[in-house]
Design a binder for this molecule. Structure first.
Ligand code: C2E
Ligand code: MG
Ligand code: MG
Length: 623
């Protein structure tokens, strides 16, 4: 309301000033011309005063001057009428006009008395009248002078008032616009700031963080700068169990707590869901760690968390001084992220600094990633097979294909080390297909040699499932090598199944239609949802080795395994127990009716030739 009124005033202000100036210019021009008229009037009344004295003097000295008389009469006439050759205008000032009337009638009288003197009358009357005219003319001059003074004072006052008024209006308008300008630039700044902030938490966006952090790094090459990469563990669980609102509130609170701790120049960004990066200055690494620990402790104890064990914070630090290479902000974040990832495998650790051993691991990753293609070209990847054995007769009933990387210099690299790297650079599909084709080739060879052929399972990574045409491609390979239906099993992990159950239900259906068996790997390591078992039409369930690690409560563990096995038997799903190493485990699994056992107890993964030999030993040659 107030601001609308202000705007209206400002909008009127400038035109108003222009109008006032125009009006004042007009008024001033008129006043100037009036002033000029007044001085002319003063002048001519003065002439009447002087000339009339001279007329009388000449008359009394017998030297009459009619021309002078006419001249005075002409002026007198123009003074009274306001029209004539001298440009004398009448004024509206009554006193002056009265004086002029008096002066005019006195002059008329003098003219009559001159006639009388010429006809022989005495000059005394004329001389008296002349003195009276002189006085009247004097008064008239004073009157008009006074009036002119009054008018010019009024004009000056008007000009001053108008000037002040215009100045005030202009000042008001200028102040208004200056304020508007600052308001606008503050607004623009605020908008620009908002654009660089995450909507949910108000932390910086990744782009803005990169930009500002890079500036800080370049600006202060010697400052002790650390980049922190923070990730909440169990955040997905919080979202799933308590809902997204609680999840959002937790993220907002964390940002609030961290923001309050930021010192000058320090930055905080939310890179994605529950991940944060921080740029901090520090004097001492231990102090930096303690401060972060204290902050996280405070956060975990806040009311916003459903319970203080629902979330743990995992933070990786990368201090610039610990990095040998010249790195930009991306490099520092990557290293902090890397340090953070090392925490995940150690449940009691929540903080890790980037150090030499991490650097070596990182270099190893870079080296392996660089060598991937060369390894594939040189056929350094070999398919090993680990038998799946029936515990009831000790016979091999199947196998799992497990990839091995054996470098040209004989070094053995396990899939745990390189599979995640293949996943990271999206070449896992190539590797999975390579293994699959090799398995098909082996099975074809066994068949052609008249060897017993057992079903073989292959691991398929999550990314492979999401590549278009993967089933079509696998079917083509299967057909090319003439592998019958139900001899090839596709293994996918429980986590993959869980992440997109609907999609996986469709995939399982299509795999079945194309003659593949479906196997759920690592059951028991993730969510292990029973609902998922109900919806996904799998053929085989692989109980993870975790189930069989000697736990504190063996009895409980055995009850669970027994019941799970009982349940999947009812569901017509075959069970494979993985990672079985001991007599007692085998005895127990037999008791529970587990179909197959895959573990070191029977066999370790072995090269294909060894596996073939073992098959031959058990089953003999068919022909
Ligand atoms: P996985 O599919 O769960 O394979 C079983 C792992 O358990 C294998 O490890 C195997 O050597 C190991 N194992 C079997 N029995 C025992 C035992 O009694 N004790 C112990 N301690 N371990 C046992 P490996 O070969 O290192 O493979 C690790 C993981 O790498 C596999 O887990 C699988 O997820 C992945 N992987 C292997 N080959 C491929 C592949 O061709 N493609 C993809 N995408 N992943 C693969
Ligand atoms: Mg597997
Ligand atoms: Mg497994």
């Amino acid at each position: 309301m107030w601001s609308t009124a202000m705007k209206r005033i400002v909008r009127l202000g400038l035109p108003l000033v222009v109008v006032i100036i125009l009006v004042m210019s007009f008024v001033s021009a008129r006043s100037m011309s009036d002033m000029e008229n007044y001085s002319r009037l003063i002048n001519y009344v003065g002439i009447v005063r002087g000339a009339s004295q001279r007329v009388i003097k000449l008359e009394t000295n017998n030297r009459p001057d009619d021309a002078l008389i006419d001249y005075v009469s002409g002026i007198m006439e123009e003074l009274l009428s306001g029209e004539g050759e001298y440009g004398l205008k009448r004024t509206v000032y009554k006193e002056f006009n009265d004086d002029l009337e008096k002066l005019g009638s006195r002059w008329d009288l003098i003219k009559e008395e001159i006639s009388d003197v010429r006809e022989g009358a005495g000059t005394e009357k004329l001389l008296n009248s002349s003195e009276e005219l002189f006085d009247i003319a004097n008064d008239t001059v004073f009157t008009i002078e006074e009036y002119s003074g009054m008018r010019s004072a009024a004009l000056a006052r008007q000009l001053i008032i108008t000037g002040v008024l215009c100045f005030l209006i202009s000042l008001f308008v200028i102040i208004y616009y200056v304020r508007e300008y600052f308001k606008l630039s503050r607004k623009t700044e605020k908008l620009a700031d908002m654009a660089g902030r995450d909507k949910l938490t108000g932390a910086l966006t990744t782009e803005r963080f990169y930009e500002e952090a890079q500036k800080a790094i370049d600006r202060e090459p010697d400052a002790r700068i650390a980049v922190l990469y923070i990730d909440f563990e169990n955040f997905k669980y919080v979202n799933d169990v308590f809902g997204y609102e609680v999840g959002d509130a937790i993220l907002q609170k964390y940002v609030e707590v961290v923001k309050a701790s930021l010192r000058n120049g320090e930055l905080l960004s939310r890179t994605m869901a529950d991940r944060f990066v921080l740029l901090r200055y520090y004097e001492d690494k231990q102090r930096l760690l303690e401060e972060q620990q204290e902050l996280d402790r405070r956060f975990v104890n806040l009311d916003v968390l459903p319970d203080k064990h629902s979330i743990t914070v995992a933070c990786g630090f990368c201090c610039r001084e610990d990095v040998i290479e010249q790195l930009d902000i991306h490099g520092l974040i990557n290293r902090a992220n890397y340090a953070q990832k090392t925490i995940k495998s150690r449940p009691d650790e929540h903080y890790a600094f980037y150090n030499d051993s991490i650097r070596q691991k990182l270099f190893r990753e870079v080296y392996l990633t660089d060598r991937m293609q060369e390894g594939l070209d040189n056929r350094e990847f070999r398919v090993y097979l680990q038998p799946k054995v029936s515990p009831y007769d000790g016979m091999i009933k199947g196998a799992e294909a497990l990839i091995r990387w054996i470098t040209t210099d004989g070094k053995f690299i396990t899939p745990g080390e390189f599979v995640p790297l293949f996943e990271k650079n999206h070449s896992i599909k190539k590797l999975d297909t390579y293994v699959f084709e090799n398995v098909c080739r082996l099975m074809q060879e066994w068949h052609e040699k008249g060897q017993t052929v057992v079903p073989v399972s292959v691991n398929v990574s999550k990314l492979t499932f999401y590549t278009a045409d993967f089933i079509k491609e696998y079917r083509e390979i299967k057909e090319r090598y003439g592998i019958p239906d139900h001899m090839l099993e596709i293994e996918f992990t429980e986590t993959v199944a869980c992440e997109n159950e609907k999609y996986m239900t469709q995939i399982v259906k299509e795999l079945h239609e194309n003659g593949f068996l479906c196997s759920m790997d690592d059951f028991g390591t993730g969510y292990s949802s029973l609902g998922m078992l109900k919806n996904l039409d799998i053929d085989i369930l692989k109980l993870d080795a975790l189930f069989f690690r000697e736990s504190k409560d063996l009895k409980k563990e055995q009850i669970i395994v027994k019941e799970v096995l009982h349940m999947i038997c009812q569901l017509n799903i075959k069970a494979v127990a993985e990672g079985i190493e001991t007599d007692s485990q085998v005895a127990f699994l037999k008791e529970c009716g587990c179909d197959f056992i895959q573990g070191y107890y029977y066999y370790r993964p072995m090269p294909a030739e060894e596996f073939e030999a073992e098959l031959k030993r058990q089953y003999g040659q068919k022909r």
